[in-house]
Design a protein around this ligand. Structure first.
Ligand SMILES: C[S@@+](CC[C@H](N)C(=O)[O-])C[C@H]1O[C@@H](n2cnc3c(N)ncnc32)[C@H](O)[C@@H]1O
Length: 196
């Protein structure tokens, strides 16, 4: 069986369009077989995005890790006038993200293939992620703890994780070195903010 985080070049394409509305703004995203949440925008991703937007952070440099087809990063760039880089290990996801970016003239940023932070040279004010869980705890912690090597001194990490995916134990690990806050909770999803 093929997983959404694998690069399966033989997987047949079946591109579809998903719609997202934020206040009076409509966004559309091309999705395809072989990417995460291909039929519907993920509830946890929406909760993370909308919790972040409530923080009213504008004009900053953001990195969306594990961007899929670009939902979180594209909306952040357009709504908050921020520069957003988006990375994913999945080539098809990045191909879709690049096609989705083209629909938004006000989008500012880039999308490229990267295994966690392997291709990241810059520092960011914000790192945001709906991280891959099925890749295992070691890779998950590489993404979450690794964020602090790519954040500015006062930078902030935002992520979503479900309680049954170990939200509280991950929070505890991060608390050993950082100030950690749960800024929203719904349907078993926790939105976690971590200060550098
Ligand atoms: C839970 S999905 C979130 C996707 C997207 N942000 C969304 O909200 O629809 C996690 C994403 O992480 C990507 N991923 C898995 N392992 C990765 C790695 N080692 N480095 C970067 N991205 C990875 C997957 O391909 C997937 O797109």
């Amino acid at each position: 069986m093929s997983h959404y985080f694998e690069n399966d070049m033989n997987l047949k394409s079946n591109v579809r369009e998903l719609i997202y509305k934020y206040n009076s703004s409509f966004f559309t995203f091309l999705s395809d077989n072989g990417v995460f949440s291909k039929r519907n925008i993920d509830y946890g991703s929406k909760l993370l995005l909308e919790s972040y937007l409530k923080e009213n952070i504008t004009n900053v440099k953001v990195l969306d890790v594990g961007c899929g087809y670009g939902f979180i990063g594209i909306v952040i760039s357009v709504i908050t006038n921020s520069y957003v880089d988006m990375i994913d290990i999945n080539k098809r996801a990045i191909h879709l993200t690049k096609r989705n970016i083209k629909k938004y003239k006000s989008f500012n940023g880039n999308a490229y293939v990267s295994d966690a932070y392997s291709e990241i040279k810059n520092k960011y004010n914000v790192i945001i992620t709906n991280p891959p869980i099925r890749v295992g705890k070691i890779k998950l912690l590489e993404i979450l703890e690794g964020a602090f090597d790519h954040l500015e001194k006062d930078g902030v990490l935002y992520f979503v994780i479900r309680k049954d995916q170990g939200a509280l134990s991950i929070k505890k690990i991060l608390e050993e070195k950082h100030k950690v806050e749960i800024i929203n909770k719904d349907k078993g999803y926790f939105i976690i903010k971590v200060n550098n």
